[in-house]
Design a protein around this ligand. Sequence first.
Ligand SMILES: Cc1ncc(COP(=O)(O)O)c(C=O)c1O
Length: 393
Amino acid sequence: MIPPVARRLKRLPPYLFVAIDALKEELLRQGRDVIDMGVGDPDLPTPGFIRRALVQALRNPAHHRYPSNRGLLSLRQAIARWYQKRFQVALDPETEILPLIGSKEGIAHLPLGFVNPGDAVLVPDPGYPPYRTGTILAGGRPVAVPLLAQNDFLPDLEALQKRGVRAKLFFLNYPNNPTAACADGSFFRRLTTFAHKTGIPVCHDAAYSEISFSGPQPSFLQSPGAKEAGIEFHSLSKTFQMTGFRIGWVAGNRQMVSALARVKSNIDSGIFEAIQAAGIRALQGSSSQRGRMAAVYRRRRDLWVGALQSAGWPARPPEATFYLWVRTPPGKKSQEVSSLLLRKAGIVATPGVGFGRYGEGYIRFSLTLPLTRLQEAARRMGRLSLWPKPSSG
Ligand SMILES: Cc1ncc(COP(=O)(O)O)c(C=O)c1O
């Protein structure tokens, strides 16, 4: 009675975490203590001042009705002020900022505004999956841009230009999930020039810009001419531990912002206003909250990098994000290593191939769990011998 699903659903890549998810469920059923370093969902609670703002806004019946599609002007103004203070970039709240129901929502819907059937979209590989799947759902063709260790996990813009690449959009993300690589201002300036020369607009995703251990990370929109060349996605999810709230935004090029607003006005009805009020409060908060959050992740990072290194893994401390992207032992594929870690040590790590074929040969650990759990994971890691241990002499 039910017709087969549409071809576009069949074109979506297979979900490569099925085996790991199933194994994790099985171990949990057996009563095993599983340490989950798979999902990038902050364990720290949303700061109290933001929660209180939500509760207060909830009491106001004016917020209980349909929100406006473009988001509260006061939220867009708060975003503009934050951008000015944080990046010294001026944005027009009327035309250059659009609040989103989490940045994933905007990322996945953007191709509907620009991609015709068969059009190419450049997606980083390895990369956050919605760049690829949003393109496919819009009928487009994702073209993988390899992020390789020898290029510090940055795209080779010259090679793309030499190839005469053509595409409707170019998704990028720094600080990067899953590799934890960072881009500096000079890369963003070259990227802007690339966009101007090729006519391929940049869609930069800065979801992790505030989780940095090496000074503030730059914004793509800081480079001269960037607003003519593209947009930047931001999220309150990781910056303020608000993943469950579902709130983010896109900023920059007004034609792109307006096209996404048109798509969204036909799909959703905006963000619950009480959540927008909590978002405004979050953006007004001091940078010391973000400093404290980064300090927590830094302690975890140092512990876990140390644990991996003493177990023989070639781990290096990342400069930003709460991820560690680590090579798999020679001759072992990422899915095999993930399932070994889970079976032998009860540790969930994400196989790199789930982020694209250039992610093969790596696994990703997420540091979104307390130090005590990491210490336990470190003990278990020490008992495994997947890599030859470094000699102590
Ligand atoms: C690179 C990247 N962009 C965007 C998101 C989505 O964030 P949001 O919660 O704002 O939808 C994530 C979430 O993991 C991410 O890793």
